[in-house]
Structures are given as structure tokens and as C-alpha cells.
Design a protein. Sequence first.
Length: 132
Amino acid sequence: MFRRATISLALVAASLATLAACRPGGVRRPALVTKANVALGDSLFNNGSCQRCHGKGGIGAANAPTLDGKKWLQLKTGSYDEIVKIITEGVAQAAIKDPAHRFSMRGRGGPMNLSDPQVQAVAAYVWTLSHK
Ligand code: HEC
């Protein structure tokens, strides 16, 4: 009797933990989207080169699109892994979709020369912009 109750409690706790890990849209929060990574990524994005083209908070500006995920130009699904990849590699001039965006996006934030952990942090922040 006692054991069965313990097992049920453990099951309820496990289900609650699973629910908590899910975003409202049913998309699971990627493992690297931690509070610490989002905070570091926010600082790197909004003090570094990203905001010069994408605007503060990634709202979009003359030279680069909004990152709110309503309509991606380069990304397909907006997954965390795709975001890591595009930040690492950048967007070559010839690959730019909207001709209003005049300058290529350099990999690793160009002069910021982001390390892998920094790319992961910026990607965590960018992921949150389309998963509010
Ligand atoms: C020199 C301007 C510039 C800078 C600096 C820049 N980007 Fe970009 N970014 C672009 C352009 C241009 C595109 C592609 C837009 C297009 O295809 O029309 C792009 C695309 C993206 C995309 C994909 C958007 C989509 O609609 O699919 C992401 C995500 C992104 N940038 C994140 C970043 C991050 C994070 C940084 C900083 C590390 C950064 N960018 C710095 C110009 C820039």
C-alpha cells in the first residue's frame, strides 16, 4: 500500500516535471536554453554586433530581419540547432533573401569572434525571442 502510493507520487512528480519543461506551444525547451545562457546571450546580442543589424531585442532593422519567428527568411523551423548553425556560419552575401539587407552576416558575430559556448548562449537568447 505504502509502496504503491510512493510510486504514484513519483509518477505524478515526473509528469509535472515533463509538463514544466514544455513551452506553451508544445515545443520542449532545448537543454542549452538555460537562464544563465539566456542572460549571457542577451548581453552579448544587445551590446555586441547583432543588435547593430537586427535591432535591440532582435526586433529587426534596415539591414537585418526581425527574429520573432513569425516568418523566417533563412531558418526553416527556427530550431535551436539551426540558430547555432547560422550564428556560427553567418549568411553570405549571395545567400541573402531580402535585397533590402545589404550586408552579409559574418560568422561568430564577426569582430566579436564568439567562442562555441558564447554562440550557444546567443542562440539560447535568440531562441527565446520566438518562443515567448
Ligand atoms: C551586418 C549585419 C548583421 C549582423 C551584424 C548580424 N546579422 Fe544576422 N542576419 C543578417 C542578414 C542580412 C540575415 C539574412 C537576411 C536575409 O536573408 O534577407 C541574417 C539572418 C539571421 C538569422 C536568421 C533569420 C531568419 O529570418 O531566418 C539569425 C537567427 C541571425 N541573423 C542572428 C544573428 C545574431 C545572433 C547575430 C550576432 C551574433 C547576427 N545575426 C549578426 C545580418 C546581420
